[in-house]
Design a protein around this ligand. Structure first.
Ligand SMILES: Nc1ncnc2c1ncn2[C@@H]1O[C@H](COP(=O)(O)OP(=O)(O)OP(=O)(O)O)[C@@H](O)[C@H]1O
Ligand SMILES: [Mg+2]
Length: 250
């Protein structure tokens, strides 16, 4: 389904319902989101606020396509200005949207085993800017791929350095990193490629004050570049610094 969205609006969530079916408990239904609506313009940050267990992260996961909604619409304005209802999007559309339009910083990093931290970040950039396939080129020539990988790694290095991740860790898989180190890899991955919709689930939860300030700057820069940001920030200082509005889950 498609429609034109009002000028400036990037995300329009309309009357979303989501329940979980607990199969181990005889199919019991657990309603989590009951008629949630919110709108976010480009350059705006909306904070989801409310007690634990009220469905804030669930809404984030619906906006990233990890969970399907049971009813309602999730309108996203694409780069070409057209509105697309993600609630009824095909898996192929979701893959394309995740590559180019939507970035998600989850509370805990999930990365491929044995992938170096630098490449966890670079991969996100590479997905949005894959090596150009030139017609008639030697299929065994990996030059274009290596050039694209180099560019992506340069962007990843800049961001990891800015987030103060020690260079000695860049070549190591993040599985054994501390909570704050993993979170900074996660943040770098979320910010390495500009997104139209930026989803942040407690991005500063395990960070020290210095790194929290850097994340605040990154969020402000993303807003200035026109991103619509939906965030969960238990840290009120961070919330006050970046959020334009709060939506309460009561
Ligand atoms: N995959 C799932 N299957 C069953 N129940 C789930 C699932 N995911 C979430 N829930 C339930 O949905 C409710 C909302 O969870 P959610 O993680 O969205 O809360 P939250 O508002 O983000 O809380 P917090 O502030 O603690 O992070 C909880 O009761 C949780 O147990
Ligand atoms: Mg949560």
């Amino acid at each position: 389904m498609k429609r034109d969205l009002d000028l400036d609006l990037v995300l329009d969530v309309r009357d979303v319902h989501k329940h979980f079916t607990l199969h181990l408990r005889g199919g019991l239904q657990l309603p989590v989101l009951r008629g949630v609506s919110l709108q976010v313009a480009g350059g705006e940050c909306v904070a989801l606020v409310g007690p634990s267990g009220r469905g804030k992260s669930t809404l984030m996961k619906c906006l990233y396509g990890s969970y399907a909604v049971n009813a309602g619409a999730l309108w996203l304005r694409r780069g070409d200005g057209e509105g697309l209802d993600l609630a009824s999007a095909s898996p192929q559309t979701w893959v394309a949207m995740r590559r180019r339009e939507i970035a998600y910083v989850s509370q805990f990093l999930r990365a491929l085993p044995r992938q170096a931290a630098l490449d966890v970040v670079a991969e996100r950039r590479l997905q949005a800017h894959p090596a150009e396939v030139i017609e008639g080129a030697d299929p065994l020539d990996d030059g274009p791929y290596l050039a694209a990988l180099d560019t992506a790694r340069d962007a990843a290095r800049l961001l990891l350095a800015r987030l103060n991740l020690p260079e000695s860790l860049w070549g190591l898989p993040p599985a054994t990193f501390s909570g704050g180190e993993q979170q900074r890899v996660n943040i770098a991955r979320g910010f390495v490629e500009p997104a139209r919709l930026l989803l942040l689930d407690e991005p500063t939860a395990s960070l020290d004050a210095g790194n929290r300030r850097i994340v605040i700057d990154l969020i402000r820069e993303a807003k200035a570049a026109g991103a619509a940001v939906v965030g969960i920030f238990h840290d009120e200082e961070v919330r006050d610094a970046v959020a334009d509005r709060c939506v309460h889950f009561d």
